[in-house]
Design a protein around this ligand. Structure first.
Ligand code: FNR
Length: 170
């Protein structure tokens, strides 16, 4: 079993990258193999049909699709922009749905997110749930939300159900 951990912010000091690292540390402590996917590698031109017709699916997205296919479960750590999913992540997911043999179909996905606000990216995760369910992924019923996120609160986040998710068999 291996877990792919995606984060939706390429910002240097991203809180969501820190949450991604924390989840990876948790997985390693439980002896669960994980692939911490660099957010910078989600970068791709904004999806546009004419661009796709001329150039096909970008290499960065083909790499992402391979990583999704190769893992048994995915954790997606999303920031919240204006109550929704930020464009880096949404664009990468949109592109990833443009390949033959849908990589998300049947994949088990846990949604996580951190925000300095008191709702902890819950609204972004709610929107993201609709997106990945549309791609026929199985979405875990609970969100790994970190409200009032900063370096300290991320480390103290309650994550018992995260442990359950990481340890569940396929
Ligand atoms: C935000 N932020 C934000 N936060 C939130 O809790 N709800 C929101 O609706 C928004 N909206 C929003 C829009 C835009 C355009 C930006 C740039 C930011 C704040 C956001 O949560 C904060 O900047 C996080 O630190 C971004 O995540 P990373 O980059 O730290 O992972």
């Amino acid at each position: 079993m291996s877990i792919l951990i995606l984060a939706g912010s390429s910002r240097k000091e991203s809180l969501n990258k820190k949450l991604q690292q924390r989840i990876a540390e948790r997985a390693k402590a439980l002896d669960v193999a994980c692939h911490v996917y660099p957010a910078e590698e989600l970068d791709a031109p904004m999806y546009q049909g004419d661009y796709e017709a001329e150039h096909g699916v970008p290499a960065s997205i083909q790499k992402l699709v391979t990583a999704i296919r190769d893992c048994s479960k995915v954790v997606i750590v999303t920031p919240e922009y204006n109550s929704s999913v930020p464009p880096l992540l949404k664009n990468a997911i949109d592109w990833s749905s443009r390949v033959d043999q849908q990589p998300w179909k049947g994949k088990t996905v846990l949604l996580a997110g951190a925000s300095p606000g008191r709702l902890g990216a819950m609204r972004a995760m709610d929107h993201l749930r609709a997106v990945v369910m549309n791609l026929q992924a199985w979405v875990a019923p609970m969100f790994a939300s970190c409200p009032n996120a900063n370096d300290e609160t991320i480390q103290k986040m309650d994550d018992d159900f995260l442990k359950n998710f990481l340890q569940q068999g396929d």
